[in-house]
Design a protein around this ligand. Sequence first.
Ligand SMILES: Cc1cc2nc3c(=O)[nH]c(=O)nc-3n(C[C@H](O)[C@H](O)[C@H](O)COP(=O)(O)OP(=O)(O)OC[C@H]3O[C@@H](n4cnc5c(N)ncnc54)[C@H](O)[C@@H]3O)c2cc1C
Length: 288
Amino acid sequence: MTLPASLDEAVAALAAMPAAVPVAGGTDLMAAVNRGLLRPAGLVGLGRINEIRGWQYQDGHALLGAGLTHARMGRPDFAALIPALAAAARAAGPPQIRNAGTLGGNIASAAPTGDALPVLAALEANLVIAGPGGARREIPVSHLLAGRDMLAPAELIGYVRVPLLHAPQVFLKATGRTGPGRATASVAVVLDPARRGVRCAVGAIAPMPLRPLEAERWIASLIDWDGERAALAPEALGAFGEYVAAACIPDPEPPADGSPPPPLSPAVLHLRRTVAALARRALGRALS
Ligand SMILES: Cc1cc2nc3c(=O)[nH]c(=O)nc-3n(C[C@H](O)[C@H](O)[C@H](O)COP(=O)(O)OP(=O)(O)OC[C@H]3O[C@@H](n4cnc5c(N)ncnc54)[C@H](O)[C@@H]3O)c2cc1C
């Protein structure tokens, strides 16, 4: 295994060994190797690259290194900066996984259950991608997750650029069990008072996080942004939850012959109720 000391060295090592794959914490990659799903010809370890293990401030944004571990993001100083990402990091698996697993690995794996992903979608975060010859390009995280813009060979996620909104934000996750577990559904809600916006993303129920844009606009129009306290009536919170859930898990289309649409299965109905409850609670907490 090669252990470069800088992002550019890591990119150069990948360019020199096209069959090698990058490995950060190894929690996803080694699980795939152990299951016989992957047999990499070589590994380029990212664990010694100090420049991507922390974060810095840049023009109202935080530039987060891809090598930040979930454990580091879960600490109070990070939680004061980006509370929803800290909450997602604290919910990401058992302690061994949180100590090793990284933000960059979570994004590159792009698993539907990746806890950081709905938060980054709601924050409309960008990725700074490092390529050969010191090249850097920036893309919305949603483009990578949707497959609209993939990493080219020898490219690495270097940083994640996240706007600092200085306003409440909440991440909630349902696992269907007690203790750490993968999400069956998750919701991130972010308030953006400067733009009088509410941004919401639902994770784990589709291949990539879903944004219920109409529900966001509707609920934002009900909030008294100039008031002393931006509270909403319980009925409005409940309606927001239902709106989000119906947008993300729509009713089946009616058949072409005009007969009534088939009912949602009990499992899908349960998932819809879960999403509605998470969205209602997340917004309620953000506004409380
Ligand atoms: C038991 C268990 C429980 C888990 N529970 C959760 C959970 O509750 N929530 C959750 O979100 N995740 C969970 N995970 C998944 C995993 O821990 C996270 O996705 C973690 O963030 C992956 O990071 P890593 O550094 O270990 O990635 P790695 O395993 O090192 O890499 C994963 C993939 O990303 C690529 N990669 C890594 N870094 C970069 C980079 N900088 N640029 C480009 N490509 C890169 C690698 O080549 C590989 O393809 C769990 C995993 C296990 C084994």
